[in-house]
Design a protein around this ligand. Sequence first.
Ligand code: C2E
Ligand code: MG
Ligand code: MG
Ligand code: MG
Length: 293
Amino acid sequence: EAKNLGRNQYRMYNDEMNRRVQERNALEKDMRRALMADEFLVYYQPKIDLNTSHVVGMEALVRWQHSNRGLITPNKFIPIAEQSNLITDIGEWVLEEACRQCQEWSEVNELGKLQVAVNLSASQFKYGDITGTADRVLQKLTMEPGCLEVEITETMVMNDADAVSQALHHFARRGVSISIDDFGTGYSSLAYLWRFPVNKVKIDRSFIKDLLHNNEAQAIVRSVISLAHSLNLVVIAEGVETKKQLEFLQKLKCDQAQGYFFSPPLPAASFVEWVKEYQEKQAHKGLYRKIGR
Ligand code: C2E
Ligand code: MG
Ligand code: MG
Ligand code: MG
């Protein structure tokens, strides 16, 4: 009895493993095709300065517009791309496309000055030439290096300190901005990260989610902001979904915010429309405030 059960479970487990491996291989092959077929695209999510309420920039987030599966989000394909090193090709494409878009928008007067943030993967530091690519793109577009920001995670810094450190110093010399994504989830500390030329920390969404209901989350956010400020780092909160969260973060003197409360990531054309509408609303609010005085 028990033996049979075990054998069946083993077979089921095996079938499931095989299915996953096949799915993964299929997706990997499909990704190569997609890269050639131009099926990747970049969405943009606005970042808001909490002192001025201005849109200061946007995070570039890749999407896969699959010919028959529809829109695929990065969590479904980035991990597979990372295992197969396709990530260096996809990552270089995203960097160039995001910079091209940012530079194009810099010529639209109403949009003001925008900084574009690009997410990088560990493999791009190990196997790719990420600093060379960035240099080439910035030069080709005659883009101000300060308008580019790279987002890396704590884990990337800790696991591969030498390669990452070299690249970060290169970015810093160039004037490219560096931020630590998902901060608080990786068991590192600001005391450690402080050795690297970092400009900004992005407090992970999980802490913002619990901010109003959980004393520990609140204590963490409060102390990250205060320590970051004493180290001259800019702090941005990720995943801000409600007005209450926003107001609380403002009280804690958080510098910037990003999240569904303002806008989800948007296709390029909608991003421009969103910024224009947002600015009109802000102008209106300012007017009311003046009249009210
Ligand atoms: P991330 O860099 O931490 O990006 C933030 C993610 O949170 C995005 O998911 C965004 O859509 C989502 N988000 C933003 N605001 C809110 C909110 O208020 N509530 C909730 N629930 N979610 C919010 P997305 O676009 O699915 O990307 C997931 C992850 O995939 C990114 O996390 C990043 O690690 C990775 N990724 C995306 N684009 C790229 C890329 O071009 N290269 C690399 N290497 N990774 C990328
Ligand atoms: Mg990010
Ligand atoms: Mg993040
Ligand atoms: Mg994340």
